[in-house]
Design a protein around this ligand. Structure first.
Ligand code: ATP
Ligand code: MG
Length: 357
């Protein structure tokens, strides 16, 4: 019997209702496999601003730092949009990522054959389905390099510096190779090495780290070609590893080819073992409290937590299989509803997945 302590952040909007369903599924897995999951609720986001005056109060942060993993619903919403940037709900998440040193964002994009109609690509392109995973560097690159304005001879100038150091690239490379080991042992590193010096260093460090992973195949692709290949032949990819900015763009592109924002999970991992697991969608205030939200992205995020933070591969697979089986039984929430399908609400979907286990 294994014991895990999970910091649970329901957050705002649909966060709490989808979190309830993920916890239901985790409790079921715990009782089947005899693990003890201990849950501590943490306040972060708009709800924390309303109740305690800040997006991530110190005592709540402390719970996260002492936990084995953080499970997060969603934070934010228009209710807090009038606040100055440094006081918004999203600040809580930025602080949490910083404290946990989360430098890698992992976003699997899976197109289930049951949901093929949601995919904007032609079925001959989809083929056997799409199942890839984007590993994005999260704390370096052009988003964090020096930036500024100055007057030049042609008027005002603005600049953002893309800077990557060897150790940063080594870390994200190792994360990508480790993820590939849990998948199909293939990594495509995406850069712009024909133009950018930072990309040339990126490429050579990727090659160096690849030497430690003989069982994983590494290839390289330019970002412009990759953006095209994702549409033209997405099944050539397994793990994609790339910089902060290229990853920002490619992970959104990859999620859209699966057509369904409500079902995709993500993880943010750091040097330590404490990962943050959350669905890729936001707090969806337009449907909050109406039992309309799809809890699958949240439930699959819990499965990723079992896989990447707790090393519980069969438990993670069981949850993923339960989700596929439920989709195979034509059960749908409104966002993925199709003709002849059986419509259920958030709670019903969660319960059916837990029962399927
Ligand atoms: P953020 O800025 O946090 O990314 P956003 O406003 O860009 O938020 P979402 O909150 O993800 O985006 O919502 C985008 C649309 O997708 C909304 O119409 C929302 O209702 C819908 N949506 C998001 N998540 C779900 C879900 N789990 N189930 C059903 N619909 C969803
Ligand atoms: Mg958004």
């Amino acid at each position: 019997m294994m014991n895990f302590h999970i910091a649970v952040i329901p957050g705002d909007g649909i966060g709490p209702e989808i979190m309830d369903q993920a916890l239901l599924v985790l409790k079921e897995i715990g009782s089947i496999y005899h693990h003890e999951f201990r849950f501590s609720e943490v306040m972060m986001g708009g709800c924390a601003i309303d109740k305690k005056g800040e997006a991530l109060p110190q005592e709540d942060l402390t719970i996260c730092l002492k936990s084995d993993a953080v499970l997060l619903g969603a934070v934010g919403g228009e209710k807090w949009d009038h606040l100055p940037g440094d006081q918004r709900p999203e600040r809580g998440l930025l602080r949490l990522r910083k404290e946990l040193g989360s430098y890698a964002n992992i976003r699997p994009a899976v197109l289930y054959k049951e949901l093929k109609d949601a995919c904007p690509l032609k079925s001959e392109i989809i083929g056997e389905g799409i199942d890839l995973c984007v590993v994005r560097e999260l704390t370096g690159g052009i988003y964090f390099g020096e930036k500024g304005r100055r007057r030049g001879t042609m008027g005002e100038q603005a600049y953002d510096i893309e800077i990557y150091s060897e150790t940063e690239i080594e870390s994200i490379a190792r994360t990508a190779f480790e993820v590939a080991r849990k998948r199909n042992k293939k990594v495509t590193s995406i850069d712009k090495a024909n133009v950018l010096e930072s990309s040339r260093l990126w490429r050579s460090v990727m090659e160096k780290v690849a030497g430690e992973y003989d069982d994983v195949v590494l290839n390289h692709m330019y970002i412009d070609n990759a953006a095209m290949q994702l549409i033209k032949n997405p099944s050539q990819f397994d793990v994609i590893v790339t910089t902060n900015m290229f990853g920002d763009i490619l992970s959104d592109e990859a999620s859209m080819i699966t057509g369904s924002i409500g079902i995709l999970p993500s993880a943010s991992l750091g040097e330590g073992k404490i990962g943050i697991y959350e669905p890729i969608h936001g707090s969806a205030p337009d449907i909050a409290g109406l039992d309309l939200a799809n809890p699958i992205g949240m439930i699959l995020s819990a499965a990723m937590m079992l896989r990447y933070s707790f090393d519980l591969e069969s438990e993670a697979k069981s949850i993923e299989n339960a989700v596929v089986n439920i989709l195979g039984k034509n059960i749908r929430t409104r966002d993925i509803m199709g003709e002849g399908m059986h419509l259920v609400g958030t709670k019903e979907m969660g319960k059916l997945i837990a029962d399927e286990l």
